[in-house]
Design a protein. Structure first.
Length: 287
């Protein structure tokens, strides 16, 4: 079988750049390149568990409407059909609700693991998935400390599904659908720095209402989705053992310490596939 050399080199060349650039190709930024991202502050003390955010998210992203109701003790997870879910937890103060979705890390592990920049951290803050660049390796799923990206296993044309903070709406000058439609105003959208300041203001003005911690300010190097709560975050299903440094820092030495073939192999296979695809089609037509 004859391989088209130009096509092969074009796709395989992405791997060489990935090896040379390390985590930078995946979209993670060095400290000098950090910018002020926009994000969302979620105040769980205001959440009434109405699931309007779930419904709004489904409508905005052409996904199935949620059919499951919230039941205390039953923890639902996001999946390829639901980018956000709200769960109820029993605490001493009563029932507590918590919304879950992609955390939109400041320096995401998923973008650092992506060899083709399909998973990408935008300059505005949202982490988005770009279908035209994805080679289907699913490294983003393995690398995410929050278990956010989901794969459409049962689709003939599978996609990676996760919250993108309604990025298309942001580009139109709108706010995320969940923020716009929350009747309890539990969600606030804005510059991350201002959201942190607002969270601290609420804690200072209501010392008995909140625990003294903003989840996402430092977790995993900081995230664009931030939480306020009146109970310990472990009680409402959030991971509290995460490191404060960005997770891509754990892999900085990896690309230089292992044989290149193990890093480049997935992209090399993609290159061979693309290079032989047209040739196979031509041979089939001539039979």
């Amino acid at each position: 079988m004859k391989i088209q050399r130009r096509t092969f080199l074009k796709v395989a060349g992405v791997s060489g750049v990935a090896l040379a650039a390390g985590t930078r190709l995946g979209g993670a930024r060095t400290p000098a390149e950090k910018t002020e991202f926009f994000g969302i502050l979620y105040d769980s003390t205001r959440c009434a568990g109405c699931q309007t955010c779930e419904t709004s998210c489904a409508e905005a992203n052409s996904l199935p409407a949620p059919t499951e109701t919230i039941t205390a003790g039953v923890v639902r997870k996001t999946d390829e059909k639901h980018r956000t879910v709200v769960n109820a937890f029993s605490a001493e103060s009563g029932e507590v609700y918590l919304k879950k979705q992609c955390m939109h890390c400041n320096e995401p592990a998923c973008t650092a693991a992506c060899l083709t920049q399909a998973m990408y951290k935008t300059k505005e803050g949202p982490v988005i998935w770009r279908a035209d660049k994805c080679m289907g390796c699913r490294y983003c799923m393995v690398s995410c400390p929050f278990d956010s990206p989901k794969f459409e296993y049962h689709s003939s044309n599978p996609k990676i599904e996760k919250c993108n903070m309604c990025y298309p709406r942001l580009q139109e000058g709108k706010v995320p659908a969940c923020v716009e439609n929350c009747p309890a105003e539990a969600l606030t959208y804005g510059p991350r720095r201002e959201l942190i300041a607002e969270a601290r203001k609420r804690m200072a003005e209501n010392p008995g209402q909140y625990i003294d911690h903003i989840y996402g300010e430092h977790e995993a190097g900081g995230t664009s989705f931030l939480y306020l709560a009146g109970v310990d975050f472990a009680e409402v299903g959030l991971k509290t053992s995460l490191q404060s440094k960005p997770y891509p820092e754990l892999t900085k030495g990896f690309l230089y310490s292992v044989p290149a073939i193990f890093v480049l192999w997935p992209a090399m296979l993609l290159g061979m596939r693309e290079a032989t695809k047209d040739k196979n089609t031509e041979e089939d037509e001539n039979r």
